[in-house]
Design a protein around this ligand. Structure first.
Ligand SMILES: [Ca+2]
Ligand SMILES: [Ca+2]
Length: 426
């Protein structure tokens, strides 16, 4: 009797609230899904209203937003974070915990979060862009949608004025209406970028000047190119006009952020290979203004003159790294910690995802590090999270970091194909 009544209530609510959907499945299969929910289905209407208000509050235009989000979030709350990863091996400072935010995200790379909490994830090797939804705001993703595919290493994702920007190797695309179902066609914002695969995948972000920053890596391990588009950070207007070089001498940056107070650009750069296990260092750089040359290919780190391209003046005449990082650690994503969840000492400090070395006899990296600033100068460089590397084997590789509105830190991993959430509770 009880079960019968519940089913009647469920069917009634389904018809009432979800009638606009193409299907309204009250089959046994649906009931089985509901039994696995962590979501309270009572009152379902309130919950759906909250979900709609949440996503409609976004500047992102998804058409028709309400139908899509409602259908997607109503479909299931799988909470499937059962991926068998040894998270207990990850060492964090006292009070921090790590969990799976989203799994089964093949080759998870750069991340961008919309105002309403839709997490967009770029992809280097599988040609896809994902949208990750946490429908019930419990800090675990419920849906991972492939919103674009067959793109050319769409590593970079950025959001601006209600649109999603995606960087392929040779061009930047703009989705004015974000295609949660892969039906929309993007505009090409600018395709004046080289098509080299080597260091061609891009990290992109909008700066406080409302310009889109787009790096172009060196198409080699170490080389000098006449084409000045290479080994540089470019920027342009949101419509693709006024493309210009902001910084040069940058081998391959795959992560940058602007200081929350000074609004100045800081970026990581990956050092060259084949100078031995301990040279050169990877770099954290500081670009307080445009027009600076950061050394590549002449000088690496702060004082390492390139044996082939450098001369005795290379390191004194060019802008040195603000902080040398570990050699070959592959420093990728970086963000200033701007949240309120972590202890005060983390506020406005730099967290860096180190993807891990390949060009080193003893691997290093595969961790999250922190660089502290004092008076706008880097001081301490220390490990924040490690354990993805066990001996000489790694089971995960951090790619990008992102501070969530609640202050937790998301970390993407393109080896374990997941996104982690690092939280703090004192
Ligand atoms: Ca959830
Ligand atoms: Ca440099």
């Amino acid at each position: 009797m009880m079960k019968h009544t519940l089913n009647l209530v469920r069917i009634f609510i389904c018809i009432l609230i979800l009638g606009i959907l193409q299907t309204c499945d009250s089959s046994n299969n649906s009931s089985e899904q509901d039994q696995g929910d962590e979501i309270s289905v009572n009152p379902l209407d309130d919950q759906m209203t909250e979900i709609l208000e949440q996503y409609q509050g976004d500047g992102i235009s998804v058409s028709p937003l309400d139908d899509q989000i409602m259908e997607i979030c109503q479909g299931s709350f799988s909470e499937d974070t059962s991926q068998n990863l040894p998270l207990d091996q990850i060492q964090l400072p006292d009070g921090f915990t790590i969990s799976i935010y989203a799994n089964n995200i093949e080759d998870a790379r750069s991340m961008a979060l919309s105002k309403a909490g839709i997490l967009f994830v770029g992809n280097r090797q599988s040609g896809k862009v994902y949208a990750v939804l946490d429908c019930n705001s419990d800090h675990q993703a419920d849906q991972v949608l492939t919103i674009a595919e067959n793109l050319n290493s769409p590593n970079g994702v950025a959001l601006y004025d209600g649109a999603l920007y995606v960087a392929e190797i040779n061009r930047v695309l703009k989705y004015t209406h974000i295609p949660l179902d892969q039906t929309a066609s993007p505009l090409t914002v600018n395709d004046n970028f080289p098509s080299d695969g080597a260091h061609g995948w891009k990290f992109i972000r909008f700066g406080p000047d409302e310009k889109l920053y787009v790096p172009v890596g060196a198409p080699c391990n170490v080389c000098q190119q006449e084409d000045e588009r290479y080994a540089a950070i470019h920027r342009m207007n949101p419509d693709g006009t006024e493309l210009e070089i902001f910084a040069s001498g940058v081998r391959n940056t795959v992560g940058f952020d602007w200081h929350p107070i000074t609004q100045e650009l800081w970026f990581t750069d990956n050092g060259r290979d084949w100078l031995g296990d301990d040279l050169p260092p990877d770099e954290l750089n500081h670009a307080p203004q445009s027009g600076l040359h950061f050394g590549f290919p002449f000088c690496h780190g702060t004082t390492t003159t390139d044996p082939e391209f450098g001369n005795s003046n290379s390191c004194s005449e060019l802008t040195p790294a603000a902080r040398e990082l570990g050699p070959h650690v592959a420093a990728l994503g970086m963000r200033f910690y701007t949240g309120n969840m972590f202890p005060a000492e983390y506020r406005n400090q730099i967290l860096i995802a180190e993807h891990g070395s390949w060009n080193r006899s003893i691997p290093i990296g595969y961790r999250i590090t922190m660089v502290k600033l004092e008076d706008n100068q880097p001081t301490v460089y220390q490990v924040f999270a490690e354990g993805w590397l066990q001996g000489s084997e790694s089971w995960g590789r951090p790619v990008d970091v992102l501070v969530m509105p609640d202050g937790a830190l998301l970390v993407s991993d393109d080896k374990a194909d997941v996104i982690y959430r690092i939280a703090y509770q004192d």
